[in-house]
Design a protein. Sequence first.
Length: 291
Amino acid sequence: MKKLSTLYVVDFMNVVHLYWYALSYAGYLNPDNLSKIAALSWLNGIHTYNGVGLTEDDRVLIALDSRHTFRHDLADNYKAGRADSDINFAEVEEMAELFKMYNINVLGIPYLEADDVLTSAVLQYQNDFEEIVIIGKDKDYYGLINDKVSLVPISKKEPIVQVGNWEEIVEKKMKAYVPYPLIEYALCTIGDKVDNVPGIKRFGPARFNNLMSELLETYKPSELVGKQHHILKDYLTESEYQQMKDSLALIKLKVVKLEEDFSMPVELSRFKQMIESMGKDYSALAKKVVV
């Protein structure tokens, strides 16, 4: 069977959140349908995402968040550090259902985040496509990058993350040197303020750099992947080790089996007709949005 070209896997709430604020700052402040327009504005541009048009061999999978996930049961304040907005979840879910009409795959799984759905898709389908492009901004996704998988961080102001620039970009994000692909080691020790993942108390970038130097004297980075529980026990105090495990439970992505059908190409021409039917005001607005 012929491999398809590119699978775009999309963290949809990441996208809508960014476009929602872009529309707000652009002066479009009607809260009644702002979430819907944010969703449509993004999809209106995906066919020329980063200047490359979708082809008949490309596919799009939109991953949705559950409103309550198993991580919220582990920590009441999980993601409590994220800025509040007036994004209407019902509108976003309504638009996601509409996208199915244009052969765009949409998937949300109860109790899981889009991160888990997206990760499962990347791991399960990378042999069916020439490449996979993740569209999202969460640091969790850096652990999925390889020669076939890249990350487009939604905003055109940020670079596409690939194996070649991975360590440079992650070092800027974490303020520490993180060997490829050990992002989980950084997140479960230093923490992640965006998602309110605490990490280890008073364990900053300098301490992380020292830890990595010690580990790399004994192990290759590839030998460390996924072995935090076993390896870090010898390098942390009992209290630090427990804090690391608690944080790791929040960032560890849950992989599930998917059964997506990618046999039909995305019907972009029909989608464009739908956009045009909404009127000139919307079409003009969507083209002005810059993120």
